[in-house]
Design a protein. Structure first.
Length: 172
């Protein structure tokens, strides 16, 4: 499994129990696992989790949006994108960037969106990731899943984050 173990210790459980974030990361992680392992069972699990939260019709729309978002993220990035197993309540650094990106899309915060997209895929590939993020953000909001905003906290502190160990002030 290529789940960027380098970032596994750079974690925090800030939003782990909020319904929107829980759904978001269950989907993100199952889709990333599916792309990494090429095992369709991961995507079946993503579908099953979606149906715990939304109706069949809403599930179809969200499933397609998560598919598009994670596919664009994987195809456009010049490096492996980090993710942790679904059972982990913590987030790795790339997962923070992903959360910040889609949350900023929901809040129409173009500055935070661009910073997060550039960190994930580079500035040259940011445009298509921004489009996928905005589409996913709208689909989540249509089902009342609003991601809690970071309010710029991430982008102000990300440069100060340690390369190893836990982030200051975070719980595990």
């Amino acid at each position: 499994m290529v789940q960027n173990q380098k970032h596994a210790t750079e974690v925090a459980g800030v939003h782990a129990d909020a319904p929107a974030e829980h759904l978001f990361f269950a989907q993100y992680r199952y889709w990333m696992a599916g792309y990494t392992t090429r095992d369709m069972f991961c995507w079946d699990c993503a579908w099953d989790v979606l149906l715990r939260y939304v109706s069949l019709d809403a599930g179809k729309a969200l499933y397609a949006e998560f598919h598009l978002f994670t596919r664009v993220l994987n195809q456009r990035s010049q490096r492996p994108i980090g993710w942790l197993p679904d059972v982990c309540r913590c987030l790795c650094r790339d997962e923070y960037w992903v959360l910040n990106l889609v949350g900023a899309s929901q809040q129409n915060n173009s500055h935070e969106e661009l910073l997060a997209a550039a960190e994930l895929v580079g500035i040259d590939e940011a445009r298509i990731l921004l489009a996928a993020s905005r589409s996913l953000g709208r689909a989540l909001m249509a089902e009342n899943f609003v991601l809690a905003p970071f309010g710029g906290v991430l982008t102000r502190t990300i440069a100060q984050a340690p390369s190893t160990g836990a982030w200051p002030g975070t719980r595990h």
